[in-house]
Design a protein around this ligand. Sequence first.
Ligand code: ATP
Length: 234
Amino acid sequence: MTLLEVDGIDVAYGDVQVIWDVSFSVSEGETVALLGANGAGKTTVLKTICGPLAPSAGTITFHGEPIGDLEQDEVVPKGVTHIPEGRDIFTESTVKENLRLGAYTNPDGMADQFERVYDVFPRLEERRGQQAGTLSGGEQQMLAIGRGLMSDPDLILLDEASLGLAPVLVEDVFDAIERINEEGTTVLLVEQDVNNALHIADRGYVLESGRLTLSGDAADLAEDERVAASYLGG
Ligand code: ATP
């Protein structure tokens, strides 16, 4: 069943249009990768789905309900969580406090979600009393994802979760995303790390200069020379 449907959206910053007529869908239970070079518009598409931006044309529906014009604080209770690039955690607060804040729309389910997050990321439980700003980069990324899970989302939007991490941590983060998906959360991820992204994804879409140019099964895209070319701006 279709969970998220993006249909013919245009998006602009002021007068400058950066997304043209983009359509794609994500079904319940899938992991879908949105790929493309720097500046292709991937982050813009995620921000349009989760609230801060609104499309100037086209529609976005989630569970069949229009969400394109909703703000972020209206979208989260509907079941969409966005993990922005750059982590965006509360550095002065503890790990546990950051997680607790992620559950603001889900106070009744907080205990269960703590259990789930600590199960996926045992490191966060070990460090629950530590100030978040003193965590390593990889631990901060785990915390950002964990905080997103605290709202018990149906769909998680992940922006460059592996960016800037050492290879061993990249593997940990992708393993965690795979596990979160296996446990029932649908995933839409934006990635520069095409190989890892297509390894865990079911399907993918390629954005080039604000337009979708390719789509298909992840295994087919991984073999497609045009995917590599799109990253070189070709
Ligand atoms: P990256 O992989 O480098 O993060 P991206 O594919 O996520 O790139 P976006 O960040 O969505 O790309 O940017 C798409 C285009 O929109 C770029 O040309 C960028 O310069 C422009 N853009 C992004 N944010 C703004 C903004 N706040 N104001 C004006 N233009 C913006």
